[in-house]
Design a protein. Sequence first.
Length: 218
Amino acid sequence: MSKISNLFKGGSKHKSKGGPSAQEAIHKLRETEEMLTKKQDYLEKRIEQELAIAKKHGTKNKRAALQALKRKKRLEQQLTQIDGTLSTIEFQREALENSHTNTEVLKNMGYAAKAMKKIHENTDLGKIDDLMADITEQQDVAQEISDAISRPFGETFDEDELLAELEELEQEDTDESMGELPSVPSSKLPSSRSNERATTRRKVEEEDNMRMLASWGT
């Protein structure tokens, strides 16, 4: 049996006999510490007083001075004993506090373990595996639906091929534009006066034709 088990077993045994609880024992130890600390303060003041008496008498009254120094030595011994007692009590109190804390922690951990066991009693691991498989399958279906919805209707074309075709068309337009540039006429364009004479001549010819047609009808 482990020391922890012995400690808990011993604690429950003392409790069943009406012994103090851990909290009560800690409270008593704290009270003892406070009492001894107050006695320390008292002894320190007494030591200062006896030292003052010894200095006051000095060599003038050696007997009184020596008695004061003896009392000072006894008070210092008591003070040293109290220091040792306080250290022991502090160690015992800290050990008791740690044991009480560990006991509470282990008890709460036991409660938590029981709660977890109760929760998992009706849990079927096989059903959990089936459930996770169903979830994965439905996620895959949802992804397929999302892909189908986002896919554009009709035929799909390769964008790179379309860009290449567009470049070819632009190059053809450029070549045609270069080939259709207007050439400069070699002959001299007729002047505006020559154009006027030609127009007048055509009008005269048309009038003559009209008169000729009119004379045939008479």
